[in-house]
Design a protein around this ligand. Structure first.
Ligand code: 13P
Ligand code: SF4
Length: 333
């Protein structure tokens, strides 16, 4: 099928869909017919998570992509996740729902600026969060996610000098739990960066028994009131195992779908954001993740577009730090 100009202009397939179609059933049918799998991050909308073959955090999604024998992977998440899958599976077709699904955190670190920073600090190894472009990963010694960052940073000799980027909040957190003084890139996520401390404390006052779950991309004042700090998967597992019945959740609110599914008897309250229009969004939803819809997913599978391509030279360099991450992560319990 010829890629239409209107698709390229929009960044997704804009073909009309019959309103009577059972989209979830059609998506499953297309997956079977084409030997395709749908991977979804916890931050996507519930309907997308429900139709996916696998739902997980950034680490689990990369691990799953690395071992699938499907011919087509549809990554319902954001662009860097599609790139990671393509780098890990160069022979497979990797599709996304919408090319506009970027990431403010990945955008906060461009490869040319990082290269300059590395040149200004010779003798440092570079540790990059997975929320980065393939070009940034190509400049990196090892990739980390929020699930394995401590383990991987700990795997370097104590006197090794490290640069960590792009998330400054995660970097500060890893410095505090490892006793390191890594040089930090000054980047951040627009969703995790705007939770309201006053709003969280107000909810805690109304529900004193509630536990506060915080993603390490949140700023340190929010981390300071946390009962647990961890990746989306770690927060989910804590909620499942903990005896509390009420949780205040300071990460993207899409995770509440899986939390509520896994613990129907427990109450999950999304942490409120600061009311701010200045950064173009004042909600605890990632507008990029929400570009993944059932309609786009159906059209993506049907027309096999948008497809992720990664420059071969960049991919050849970027795969090394990703594989190193996957290797070290085997030690995670
Ligand atoms: P994890 O999936 O590692 O928790 O990361 C959250 C995130 O921001 C993904 O974009
Ligand atoms: Fe990027 Fe933040 Fe959205 Fe995660 S929640 S994809 S870090 S913008």
């Amino acid at each position: 099928m010829q890629v239409k100009e209107s698709w390229k202009e929009k960044g997704y397939v804009d073909e009309p869909i019959d309103d009577n179609l059972d989209l979830s059933a059609e998506i499953r049918r297309l997956c079977k017919e084409k030997n395709a799998v749908v991977l979804a991050h916890y931050y996507t909308e519930g309907a997308v998570q429900d139709v996916a073959d696998f739902v997980g955090d950034s680490l689990a999604l990369a691990q799953w992509a690395a071992k699938t024998d499907a011919d087509i992977i549809v990554m319902c998440g954001v662009h860097f996740m599609g790139e990671t899958n393509k780098i890990l599976c160069p022979g497979k077709k990797v599709l996304v729902c919408d090319l506009n699904a970027g990431c403010s955190l990945a955008d906060s670190c461009n490869a040319d600026d990082l290269k300059k920073f590395i040149d200004e600090h010779p003798g440092h190894k570079v540790v990059s969060y997975v929320n980065t472009t393939a070009a940034v990963k190509a400049l990196t010694d090892v990739v980390v996610t929020s699930s394995n960052a401590k383990l991987i940073v700990d795997s370097f000799p104590k006197d090794e000098k490290l640069i960590f980027g792009p998330d400054k909040n995660l970097g500060n957190y890893i410095n505090s739990v490892t006793g390191r003084q890594m040089l930090l890139w000054n980047g951040g996520c627009h969703v995790h960066g705007q939770f309201s401390l006053a709003g969280i404390l107000q909810i805690k006052k109304e529900h004193p028994e509630a536990k506060i779950l915080v993603h390490p991309e949140c700023p340190s004042p929010i981390q300071a009131v946390a009962d647990v700090i961890g990746s989306t998967a770690a927060l989910l597992n804590f909620a499942i195992k903990d005896e509390s019945n009420v949780f205040i959740v300071a990460t993207e609110s899409g995770i509440l779908h899986e939390m509520t599914k896994r613990c129907p008897e427990k109450t999950f309250i999304p942490a409120p954001p600061e009311a701010s229009e200045s950064i173009g969004c004042s909600c605890n939803e990632c507008s990029f993740m929400r570009l993944n819809t059932l309609k786009k997913l159906y059209n993506t599978l049907k027309y096999e577009w948008p497809e992720i391509e990664v420059d071969a030279e960049i991919a050849e360099k970027a795969i090394k730090p990703i594989e190193k991450m996957l290797e070290i992560s085997k030690r995670l319990k």
